[in-house]
Structures are given as structure tokens and as C-alpha cells.
Design a protein around this ligand. Sequence first.
Ligand code: SF4
Length: 194
Amino acid sequence: MKKLRIELDTEKCIDNRSCINIDPLHFKSKDNKAFLKKGAGKGNLQVLNLEVSDQEAEKIIKAASSCPTNSIKVIDVQDQKELVTTELKQDNIKEIEAKYDDNKEFVLDPAGYFLIRINKEKKLIEVGFCNERNKLVLKIVGKKPIEVYNEIVNKEKLPIRKDHCAYLGRELQKAYISLQENLEYIQDEELKFQ
Ligand code: SF4
């Protein structure tokens, strides 16, 4: 058995729910924030002290470690040791001011290219993939970017470059925002908010 103290900073939570998916016994979602089931606290800090089996402790640690915003701290009460820390290590940081010149640095992915548009009537993002000029070999439609890129990257496993994956994510998010905000979507152009 292990005595643990869990601290959850709800202010930092972005509600991606990975802690809840991993450990629904101790984490829940409320008003677009994660909370500790049976936790107590004031303001942003939720606290839960509990005694759990080694197996349960492992699950709590896994859930807390999955948090992308370091919102969950787990402390071993007996050893006073932080099993999952919320401190961000900042020694030896490499800092870069990002720059990119499309005219000089753009290189076409030899695997192919995407054609992306939105269907406002059906509220769908439509993506075509050409593996050579004007040769469409795949069409994917979806409501959300994650549905579309999951099909392309994980299921269809298109052999596209990393920068092309990033490009796809950016364009899909722009297409999604256009559908939500009733904007015009033109691939490769900035969205125009008025
Ligand atoms: S993993 Fe972190 S950000 Fe995601 S819901 Fe849990 S506390 Fe919030």
C-alpha cells in the first residue's frame, strides 16, 4: 500500500482529459476542467490524500505524468518525495527565434500533396491526397481535424514528411475554424477575421 497526496491545479488544466481517460477512478471532468474525485480545496488547488494499492498508485502516477500542462503533482507522503512534479526544468534551454522564408525554404514533399476545402452545408472538412500531379488517390472527410489527420497519419499511414504533417495540422485547424466561424477557407492563405 502507498500513501499519496495528489494536488491538481485546475487553473492550468486545459481539459484534454488524458488523466481522466487513464484513471477515471480518481479524476473527473466538470465545467471543462479536471477535478479530483473526493478532492477538497479552495480556489484553483484541489487536494486528495489517499492510501492505495501499488497498482492503483501506478495508475495515478501514469495519469498525472500524462498531463501536458504539468497540472498534477503526486507526492509519496511517507518519503515526502515528489513522484510526479509540476516544476518545469529550465536549465540548459536552447532558445531559438523562429524564422522561415517560404520562397527560399519550401521543398515539395515527393510523397504527394493535399487539396483541402470545406463543405459549409454539411459542416465537413474535405481532404484529397494526390501522389502525383493531378492524380487523386485518397479522399477523406471529417468534422474535426483530429479525425482527418488520424486517418491520414495513423490509419492510412501516408508516407509524408514531418513538416508536411505539421502543415496538414495547420490547414485542418484553419478549415475547422472557418466552419465554426463561417469564414472563407482558402488553402495556404491566412484566415481573414473581420
Ligand atoms: S491531463 Fe492535465 S490538462 Fe488534461 S484534463 Fe487532466 S489535468 Fe487537465
